[in-house]
Design a protein around this ligand. Sequence first.
Ligand code: NAD
Length: 291
Amino acid sequence: MSANIIDGKAFALALRERIAVQVSDFVSAAGRKPGLAVVLVGEDPASAVYVRSKGKATVAAGMASFEHRLPADVSQDDLLALVDTLNADPAVDGILVQLPLPGHLDELAVTTRIDPDKDVDGFHPVNAGRLATGLEGFVPCTPLGCVMLLKDQLGDLTGLDAVVIGRSNIVGKPMAQLLLKESCTVTIAHSRTRDLSSVVKRADIVVAAVGRPEMVKGEWIKPGATVIDVGINRTATGLVGDVDFGGAASVAGAITPVPGGVGPMTIAVLLRNTLVSAARRDGVAIDEAAL
Ligand code: NAD
């Protein structure tokens, strides 16, 4: 094995420490804590675990956590009414509605009801548009975390060939936009891409966000490339990514493991976005570049 293993867990921990320092400065300047409201509908065990860890991390960073649990059969109107209340609440800087929602609820209607300036998940179409046009807004946490790891690993990304596998609104598309912003030459591959292995083979940066266990093979990777594995797949043998880790690690220059790579970055960036939101809303200066 030759690749450098990118320690996302350690990076996320250090980021959370930097955030906590700036949260404490914000509290002194603004006289209040940044607040994150998380809405969980129903009892999905994986979602409940995510919501619990988000709440714990929020409090650990010195911020206020507001948790709202609604029954699985809540009506669309009642859920939208809660979003309206949170939009209007001055103590709330960030609103996150945990997805997926039960089938009778319209996820897009809920996501678009959130005030774009409190949309710390960056899923609102206004924030997708802001990202695409280079305006200030909120960027989805997972792809922003991936770019942070890439810049930490490679420094300047200008001119590098990047292939993003996956075109979802929450990972693939914003990932491609962020890499474009870093002046990479970006290719988006997806389920209809022809000859995926040849497309991947020319990439200096490979981001896999597919949701298929170990689909990306070591032979597809250009020697020395940096591989970011976003996939989280539960298999009989445990958690695996979208990349065949053993095969890829023997040719790549650097690679994120699963778990311990991209995963821990998502919550850390959520905390970052919440602090940034609070600072923007109260007009308090923070050092965004240090986050
Ligand atoms: P998604 O299902 O919405 O999108 C998957 C994408 O993969 C689609 O755009 C599709 O075109 C593409 N695809 C499917 N089959 C393919 C194939 N055979 N070849 C090439 N492309 C193919 O998934 P998502 O929400 O973008 O998530 C992707 C993965 O990332 C999942 O495993 C998910 O669990 C994980 N994820 C991890 C985090 C994290 O915090 N680390 C956050 C979000 C998602």
